[in-house]
Design a protein around this ligand. Structure first.
Ligand SMILES: [Zn+2]
Ligand SMILES: [Zn+2]
Length: 332
């Protein structure tokens, strides 16, 4: 099967992924094979190909926002049949037995494996996933429009929950890529007023079109203090700007898997019971809730399609904020 393979991490502009034919995988016990139609391109993929995260497996096929069709089932794989549409996300498996799994925080599982990182992912014609970690896709979404929900949507949704934002709250979104443009729609549905901070003129325009109450640069002070904020941009410096805009007792959720160092700060910036917290992975429950909610809210995902062979260009475009909404690879 065709796949985009990472042998050695390097900057996205240097074409780190190589188009190659690799053997088609066979599902083992409890697993299904998904014939990939579309795979979303995530900021985490960029961190992986550029070596900004410790490598778990090389060579590796990245990609963890897969929408496709089940075409083979391993022994005892339950919940899907051949021909069903299925989605694959970042969380590929957990041990189900560590202290975090037992506490209901499987996103923090000490033995978790991740799609496109510990196991080959969706920048390929087929991918293997445990049936228990695959998801049905709501009928109202096309393959292309569903793909960004699977990480951008799911992680954004978890970040929104952890930010504590509630009805009538003022929510700040810092960085306006795939995840933020989905969160904005859900937050508005919840009754939040959304403030978007981004440099990119195209992103400002999309945020306005999707109903942001206010749009500005990260350094700008919004006209009102924020009750909650989510940082999508992987720049630690921004955290200080967010704290300056946040009311006492407000929460800043950091949605990224990695970030440049957060600078030393004056205690007064966080005093007043402001909270900074990170968001790590997601649980299966987060994914189920988000997919249901997205169908209810009628979330509209803006996608920029690329052919599989142009995955390097897609990653480079994301790196330089040249993608409006979400980049997706169209494969099948
Ligand atoms: Zn565990
Ligand atoms: Zn992701």
């Amino acid at each position: 099967m065709r796949a985009m393979v990472l042998d050695h991490p390097r900057p996205a502009e240097e074409q780190p992924l190589q188009a190659r034919d690799i053997p088609e995988p066979t599902p083992g016990p409890g697993e299904i094979r998904v014939r990939v139609r579309v795979c979303g391109v995530c900021h985490t993929d960029l961190h992986i190909v550029q070596g900004e995260l410790p490598m778990h497996k090389l060579p590796v096929v990245p990609g963890h926002q897969v929408v496709g069709v089940v075409d083979a089932l391993g022994p005892d794989a339950k919940g899907f049949k051949e021909g069903d549409r299925a989605g694959v996300i970042w969380l590929h498996s957990t041990d189900g037995s560590c202290e975090y799994c037992r506490r209901g925080s499987e996103n923090l599982c000490v033995n978790a494996t991740f799609t496109g990182y510990d196991v080959d992912g969706g920048y390929a014609e087929a991918v293997i996933v445990p049936a228990a970690f695959a998801y049905g896709i709501p009928k109202s979404f096309s393959d292309e429009n569903a793909a960004p929900l699977l990480c951008a949507g799911v992680i954004g949704y978890r970040s929104l929950k952890l930010s504590g934002a509630a009805k009538s709250d003022r929510l700040g979104l810092y960085g306006f890529g795939a995840s933020a443009h989905i969160v904005l729609q859900i937050a508005r549905h919840m009754g939040c007023e959304v403030y978007v901070f981004t440099r990119t003129p195209e992103h400002k325009e999309l945020a306005t079109r999707l109903g942001a109450a206010w749009v500005g640069d990260a350094k700008d002070r919004p006209p009102h203090e924020l009750d909650a904020a989510i940082v999508f941009a992987p720049a630690g410096l921004i955290v200080l700007d967010v704290l300056r805009a946040l009311r006492k007792g407000g929460i800043v959720a950091l949605a990224g898997i990695t970030m440049t160092p957060i600078p030393e700060m004056d205690y007064s910036l966080i005093y007043g019971e402001r909270i900074i917290r990170s968001v790590a992975n997601s649980t299966r429950q987060d994914a189920r809730e988000l997919l249901e909610l997205a169908a209810q809210v009628l979330v509209r995902t803006e996608v920029t399609p690329y052919p599989l062979e142009e995955a390097n260009r897609a990653l480079s475009d994301i790196k330089h904020s040249r993608v409006e909404g979400a980049g997706v690879l169209c494969i099948g």
